[in-house]
Write a protein that binds this ligand. Structure first.
Ligand SMILES: N[C@@H](CC=O)C(=O)O
Length: 309
């Protein structure tokens, strides 16, 4: 029995860097302790896309997990992105995450699948082996329908029935699939926690989920927690108000050329909140174009997301 409750907001924190590119552990402490202090935040997923997890060395990955565990005083589950390409490599990564104090893992698809697709049964095997070898409880990660790494309904049902899998982060971004598959998954896997990661479509998915697992949770945890509550209550008017309030931020962070740029934008927005001092990222991320920083700060002001420290 896995005892991790993510029914609420689970932000995926960025990894702050110093200006010369080292991991900034003081900033992790500020970010983690702030997020961890907010009622309705249920856990943190570190080393994900927003966390630039694949840009870190193995030693840095372990240290980042440890630093976030410390930042929340061990009171919230710290969940590690597990991204290794090969299944055995991912299992070793999961074992290192356990040793560093992670309570669970968000298991990414093997990267090559994005381009080439996968053999039938390979995703099920990946989840089985990583769990059996590491003992790390796992979140199933559904990639967008436009990628070849997306899982069909049968694969989702198979994986979510396997030991160790307790939640699904769904970012399918195909509303036909969302509308038809979520009810089936709910019916067939009633204990599975279903979390939306549609940063740019949160209003549209809020009514069907147990919570959000999003990079967006770094910068706007308070209204997102309200939106999750409104979704659960079936209160469209309230959810729509929150969506409209956040729209300038959504546009300036997530309507960019690439979802990857969202990570750079998140760091600018965290400067606006007083948590970070600058938006340094690691290659292959690059600084945003001239004017983007001001646009993001203006949007944060318009959405009444001010400094917290
Ligand atoms: N929110 C994005 C990026 C997260 O990893 C997604 O949909 O997967």
């Amino acid at each position: 029995m896995i005892n991790i409750d993510l029914r609420g907001l689970t932000p995926a924190p960025v990894t702050p860097f110093t200006r010369d590119g080292r991991v900034d552990y003081d900033a992790i402490q500020r970010l983690g302790s702030w997020l961890g202090s907010i009622d309705g935040v249920k856990g943190l997923v570190v080393l994900g896309h927003a966390g630039e997890g694949t840009f870190l060395t193995q030693e840095e990955q372990a240290n980042v997990i440890r630093a976030f565990v410390k930042s929340v005083d061990n009171k919230l589950p710290i969940i590690a992105g597990i991204t290794g390409e090969g299944t055995e490599v991912a299992a070793l990564e999961a074992k290192r995450a356990v040793a560093a104090g992670a309570s669970a893992g968000l298991l990414y698809p093997s990267h090559g699948w994005l381009r080439f697709g996968y053999q039938d049964g390979a995703p099920q095997d990946r989840y089985r082996v990583v769990y059996e070898e590491s003992g790390l409880p796992l979140i199933l990660f559904q990639y967008p329908d436009v990628t070849k790494a997306t899982y069909n309904l049968k694969t989702l049902l198979d994986i979510s029935a396997q030991p160790g899998v307790f939640a699904m982060k769904n970012g399918v971004r195909n509303m036909r699939r969302w509308d038809t598959e979520i009810p089936v998954i709910r019916r067939e896997r009633p204990d599975l926690q279903i979390l939306s990661c549609h940063d740019e479509y949160l209003l549209h998915t809020a009514f069907d989920v147990d919570g959000f697992l999003v990079g967006y949770g770094n910068i706007a945890p308070e209204p997102l927690i309200e939106m999750i509550k409104a979704g659960k209550a079936g209160d469209y008017v309230k959810a729509r108000q929150l969506h409209d309030r956040l729209l300038p931020v959504t546009k300036s962070v997530y309507h960019r050329g690439s979802h990857m740029e969202g990570t750079v934008a998140l760091k600018h927005a965290l400067v606006a909140r007083g948590i970070l001092e600058h938006a340094t990222v690691r290659s292959p991320l690059l600084p945003l174009e001239n004017g983007a920083e001001k646009e993001i700060h203006d949007a944060m002001r318009a959405a009444e997301l001010g400094r917290v420290c």
